[in-house]
Design a protein around this ligand. Structure first.
Ligand code: V0V
Ligand code: CO
Length: 143
């Protein structure tokens, strides 16, 4: 069986203060911010820091600050504190990946792909069906 996942696109990390965390990752690890966005639909202010380039595309650390307490990341922070929030896997075709994964009995959080960072199409899988790991599918735009 071919893997649905092509690579790890990003690891999402929940934090209280985006600017402070960016400064930490820059000064401690020498990482470089390649994108900053506010995503109202997802309730986040986020930054992508480039880590590596691979055959299928780059990989990043995604730092996430909630826009309000009553958001996915805001609730996560109040329950669990700062830390790893989700893993985003690169897929060739997010709609096909969603259908294939749903057919295996894993619940999709999103019924259709959403707008993600840097023009990606994204969809989330429920953490309760993935061993406690919030999992994101990421189809990066073709150039
Ligand atoms: C919640 N739970 C998690 C979790 N968040 N488990 C693992 N990892 C997480 N990140 C658990 C939580 O401990 C509860 O378990 C249960 O799920 C229900 O959580 P809740 O606090 O009651 O919250 P809900 O049910 O209102 O929401 C949880 C879900 C929500 C996962 C459905 O966070 C969601 O829709 N997430 C997808 C969207 C998202 O995360 N967007 C922000 C990133 P117990 O206590 O009942 O056992 S945006 C992004 O990545 C972008 C834009 C991008 O990459 O481009
Ligand atoms: Co993400």
């Amino acid at each position: 069986m071919d893997s649905v996942f092509q690579r790890i696109d990003h690891v999402g990390i929940a934090c209280h203060n985006l600017e402070e965390k960016i400064e930490f990752y820059e000064s401690t690890f020498g990482l470089v911010v390649v994108s900053r966005e506010v995503n109202e639909e997802q309730g986040v202010r986020e930054a992508m820091l480039h880590v590596a380039d691979g055959d299928g595309g780059a990989s990043y650390i995604q730092l996430l600050e909630p826009l309000h307490p009553d958001t996915a990341v805001g609730k996560y922070l109040s329950k669990r504190g700062e830390g790893v929030h989700h893993i985003g896997y690169g897929v060739a075709d997010v709609a096909k990946a969603m259908a294939d994964i749903a057919a295996k009995g894993v619940r999709l959080i999103d019924e259709r792909p959403r707008h993600g960072s840097m023009g990606a199409s994204i969809a989330f899988l429920h953490p309760k069906d993935v061993g406690g790991v919030l999992t994101e599918l990421v189809e990066t735009p073709r150039h």
